[in-house]
Design a protein. Structure first.
Ligand code: PLP
Length: 378
């Protein structure tokens, strides 16, 4: 199998599994809130994981709380701050993941959610953002790196616009953390959501960075875990998996980035050389090194993806959570791609476990699929 769907989820690194295993079986089963030795061993391990996550982001361990994943981190950040600071509105972009978009739609009435669009390169309209920030907006929540296209948001500029106006800034960095450097001592945002399974950690594990000093209102209330910020007995093995994944990512961020970029460049060079129909999405702007979203003009992802799958190549059309929907991916619609072109969009997303051989096999599978589709259509 050639797995090129790493923005949906990644393979658990064997070293991550090794770090988790002793806390799933054996004697490390204590409740981290217990004051006896069995509890303290687990508590210490959790705190070590917190330090590893905070090192990856260059923030203080006290600014990290653990969660069940990206969705929970995002939902709780928005819930906590969308109604504070005197404002009662939240500003988001038109290309947010469902964890932001659908959540804000469900939670607030229509007038309380201000949406700012993106241009044809997927870049948020910063002038409109600036002009939309009035005293009613308490929180801005923007995707850091887009899950469908890999396009990066101008995060420093967004912070520079929000901070002087006293508006809090949350980034959904689920696709960015572990793939590109994020240094919170330089980026003065207030909240960052992340998810372990996007960088070789376990599913169902995430974290939220909450800048020290913010007045947090928890979504989960109960036993006072996570210093009262997120109640519920900790998912210990998952937290340790997230910690190990963070440690590994921090150790090899630049090396992995180079590898991913060279795989992506090789892939995109071959695709554009060999398939006239190929249009690379976001080729003029900064993108994640691992993501290549390509529209194959005149073809439909609905036909191509199952054929590639039959040949052992796993890719997707937009976000995994909207799998099964073959319409144009949301981001491409917002970037004003013609529906016909966007319907042929395929997201290829690489990881450190891919090789050049995977690229060559994918190119071959694309050739075979196009030949078959052409023979049916002609
Ligand atoms: N935000 C983005 C940009 C994502 O890509 C995803 C997952 O695909 C999420 C949020 C949700 O994260 P999780 O699957 O950990 O709940």
């Amino acid at each position: 199998m050639v797995y090129l769907d790493n923005n949906s989820t990644t393979k658990v690194d064997p070293l991550v599994f090794e770090a988790m295993e002793p806390f799933l079986r054996g004697d490390n089963f204590g409740n981290p809130s217990s004051i006896h030795t069995a509890g303290r061993i687990v508590r210490d391990a959790i705190e070590e994981s917190r330090s590893k996550v905070s090192s990856l982001l260059n923030c203080s361990p006290s600014e990290i709380i653990f969660s069940s994943g990206g969705t929970e981190s995002i939902n709780s950040a928005i819930s906590s701050f969308a109604n504070t600071h005197g404002g009662n509105r939240v500003l988001i972009s038109s290309v947010e993941h469902a964890a932001v978009d659908d959540f804000t739609t469900a939670k607030f009435d229509e007038t309380a959610v201000v949406k700012v669009g993106v241009d044809e390169n997927g870049q948020i309209d910063l002038d409109l953002l600036q002009n939309s920030l009035d005293e009613n907006i308490s929180l801005v929540s923007i995707i850091y790196a887009h899950n469908e296209t890999g396009i990066l948001s101008p995060v420093s500029e967004i912070v520079e616009i929000c901070t002087p106006k006293g508006v809090l800034c949350h980034f959904d960095a689920v696709q960015a953390v572990g793939k590109i450097p994020i240094n919170l001592s330089n980026l003065e945002c207030d909240l960052i959501s992340l998810s372990a399974h996007k960088f070789h950690g376990p599913k169902g594990a995430g974290a939220l960075y909450i800048k020290d000093g913010l007045n947090w209102t928890p979504s989960q209330i109960g036993g006072g875990q996570e210093r009262g910020k997120r109640a519920g007995t900790e998912s210990v093995a998952n937290i340790l998996g997230l910690g190990k994944a963070s440690e590994l990512a921090a150790l090899s961020l630049s090396e992995n980035s180079k590898l991913l970029l060279s795989l992506r460049n090789r892939f995109e060079a071959k695709v554009t050389q060999e398939f006239e129909s190929a249009v690379i999405v976001g080729s003029n702007v900064e993108r994640l090194p691992n993501t290549s979203n390509i529209c194959f003009d005149g073809y439909e992802a609905e036909a191509l993806i199952p054929l590639l799958d039959q040949k052992g190549v796993c890719v997707s059309h937009g976000a995994a959570c909207s799998s099964g929907s073959w319409g144009p991916p949301k981001a491409l619609k917002e970037m004003a791609y013609a529906d016909d072109l966007a319907k042929g969009s395929i997201r290829f997303s690489f990881s450190k476990f891919n090789s050049e051989k995977d690229i060559d096999l994918t190119i071959q599978a694309l050739h075979e699929s196009f030949t078959l589709l052409d023979s049916i259509n002609n």
